[in-house]
Design a protein around this ligand. Structure first.
Ligand code: HEM
Length: 149
């Protein structure tokens, strides 16, 4: 029970960190930014990446470690698989902005850089998908979507 509580806590804290960092990134983004400002966003993006790893680790342990419900409770639930798929899509969407920030943070700190529209769009899409996932989590935790016996 204590381990499950701890894992749930890590899962939730990671979600807060992910949403917080992504919203901050979005608020700091402008059509043009100095390399210094991009370096700041890249640091926030690192927090986002770290939180995604702790979220995934806690989620996988909750699922496969059987600290709460049996693994099959999740493995045979199509809503759980949809949740995982959305998480993977969010991860894939984050690749381009991350590479862009890492590449453009270096150089003269006062130089201005144009931020491509696609960076804005990817982050907005990630946020949109992130808002759907907790609804799926709430449903599946109550057994909705289970297709086993
Ligand atoms: C951004 C991504 C994610 C969000 C927003 C999210 C959200 C949530 C929420 C809100 C709960 C609590 C559900 C409840 O008690 O009603 C939860 C539980 C859980 N999550 Fe996630 N989750 C995410 C990613 C993942 C991933 C990647 C995994 C697995 C690899 C995972 C596995 C689990 C498990 C096993 C539970 C316990 C469900 C239960 O109460 O039976 N989650 N998640």
């Amino acid at each position: 029970m204590t381990t499950e509580l701890f894992l749930r806590y890590i899962h939730f804290i990671s979600i807060f960190a992910i949403v917080g960092s992504l919203v901050s990134e979005h608020m700091l983004l402008q059509k043009e930014l100095t390399r210094k400002a991009i370096a700041k966003i890249a640091r926030i993006d690192a927090v986002y990446g770290l939180a995604a790893i702790t979220l995934l680790s806690a989620g996988l342990t909750l699922w496969l470690g059987e600290f709460g419900k049996p693994a099959v409770f999740y493995s045979k639930n199509w809503i759980f698989h949809t949740k995982l798929t959305l998480f993977i899509v969010v991860g894939l969407l984050s690749i381009y902005p991350t590479i862009f920030f890492l590449k453009n943070r270096k150089g003269n700190p006062d130089e201005w850089v144009n931020i491509p529209k696609s960076v804005f769009m990817m982050i907005r899409l990630e946020l949109l998908l992130l808002f759907i996932i907790p609804l799926l989590a709430g449903l599946l935790s109550r057994g909705v979507g289970f297709f086993g016996n």
